[in-house]
Design a binder for this molecule. Sequence first.
Ligand SMILES: [Zn+2]
Length: 133
Amino acid sequence: MKFVINKPDTEWEKNLTPQQFYILRRKGTDLPGTGKYTYHFEEGIYRCAGCGAPLFKSVNKYDSHCGWPSFDDAIPGAVVMQPDYSHNMIRTEILCTTCGGHLGHIFDDGPRETTGKRYCVNSTSLKFDKSGL
Ligand SMILES: [Zn+2]
C-alpha cells in the first residue's frame, strides 16, 4: 500500500513516543480500558497521532463497552483497510490513509441504526482536537 507520507522508522522514532511508535508503526494494541479516549465524549475531531490528519468526528463516537474508543464511521477517505491474519484471527485492519499508521480494526458489530460498523481504535493512535469541527 502507498501512502502520502513515507518515512523510515528511524524518522518516526524521533517524532513519536515509544508507545505511539509501538502502536502506529509496529501495529501494537493498547491494553483494553487503558486508553485516554475510551470514555472521552467531548465534541471535536480525532486526528492521527502520527501525522495529524483528521480521522474521526466525535458525532460518530459511541460507547461500545469494548474497552477501546469506538466509532461507527470515519471521515470519508481518512482510513484504509487491509486484511490482517495475525494472532490466528481474520480481522480487517484500519490504517491512516495519509501515513499508513496502524489505528485498530473494524468489526461488523456496530450500532445497527447507523452503519453497523465498529471502528475499534487505539487511543494512542489518536489526538483529540476540540477546535477541529
Ligand atoms: Zn496518519
